[in-house]
Design a protein around this ligand. Structure first.
Ligand code: FE2
Ligand code: FE2
Length: 300
């Protein structure tokens, strides 16, 4: 009788985040790249290709999509891409600050600190790269929408929240990056940025998933019911708020579409956009549920 080997997600001898960090550090050094010399920036975009894959655009699958001319769709794709790159960049700013805060602290192991140096370096380069695209071809970076409220935290609460936020921006972004990095319909520079980003993000995500699993296993059993419920409620809300940012009324306005707010509300409520949100979040939500950070799959 043949014995079944375990699936790749459940290795017989699971490695710790610290052990994986050693391998990731080596990979980051081997695959180091230069944001100023490795990307060939065209003078201008052709305007004849998409910057965002149509299936990933917020209006895809809705009746509204059918009313747009090809020219309007192309124009909207530039601003949807601008919003996506801005969201990524705005998520990377507090990520870099938080990573820097954790270097040489007791919150990570020495191997973890060594890897965080690369994590931080790569995120800084991503911000430079997305900022260059946005300033050159769009003339702006869309501002941050999330407001951080001052409050007190239970021990470990802020730590768990920080790595949850990191994974939300990275995993949702990576879903889009992977879908677009080989898409021949896209402007080559948009394709390239998705590709470059995905290569570093696959390592960040590998570390983040393991580190968050260890953190949540440690803290969830120490917290009382009140703190546990507070973190679970916050995370479900945070995921919803992160998705809401994908429907930025400014991008509709900048693309010249009328009634930007009404459009946003209608598109967000459409089953086609809910399907994209749930599909793109599935892997991430499964991790949060497995870790006990969510009690159920939230309606996104
Ligand atoms: Fe990044
Ligand atoms: Fe990252």
């Amino acid at each position: 009788m043949q014995t079944e080997s375990p699936p790749p997600s459940t290795p017989r001898h699971a490695k710790s985040a610290s052990e994986v960090a050693v391998r990731l550090t080596k990979l980051s050094r081997e695959r180091a790249w230069n944001v100023y010399t490795d990307i060939a920036w065209p003078e201008a975009l052709s305007g004849e290709r998409y910057c965002m894959a149509p299936e990933l655009m917020s209006v895809w699958g809705t009746e509204y999509w059918d009313t747009l001319t090809e020219e309007q769709r192309l124009r909207l794709s530039l601003y949807e891409c601008a919003n996506f790159f801005s969201l990524t960049l705005q998520g990377e700013r507090p990520l870099v600050a938080g990573l820097s805060d954790r270097l040489y602290s007791k919150r990570v192991t020495p191997e973890g600190t060594e890897y965080l140096h690369h994590f931080l370096d790569e995120e800084n380069k991503h911000m430079v790269m997305f900022g260059m695209f946005l300033n050159r071809y769009v003339g702006k970076v869309y501002p941050e929408k999330k407001v951080a409220l001052e409050r007190t935290y239970a021990k470990g609460e802020e730590e768990v929240m920080f790595f949850c936020k990191a994974l939300v921006v990275e995993e949702l972004g990576d879903y889009y990056n992977i879908k677009m990095m080989n898409d021949a319909r896209l402007e080559p520079i948009a394709r390239e940025l998705n590709d470059v980003h995905h290569r570093d993000e696959s390592r960040h995500i590998a570390f983040g998933r393991l580190h968050l699993s260890e953190l949540s296993a440690h803290w969830l059993e120490q917290w009382d019911d009140e703190v546990r419920t507070r973190v679970q409620t916050w995370l479900a809300q945070y995921l919803k708020a992160s998705w809401a940012d994908f429907y930025n009324p400014s991008m509709y306005r900048d693309a010249g579409l009328p009634d930007a707010f009404k459009l946003r509300t209608a598109v967000m409520a459409h089953p086609a956009s809910a399907l994209l949100r749930n599909t793109a979040s599935a892997k991430l939500v499964r991790l949060f549920v497995d870790c006990g950070l969510l009690t159920e799959v939230p309606a996104l």
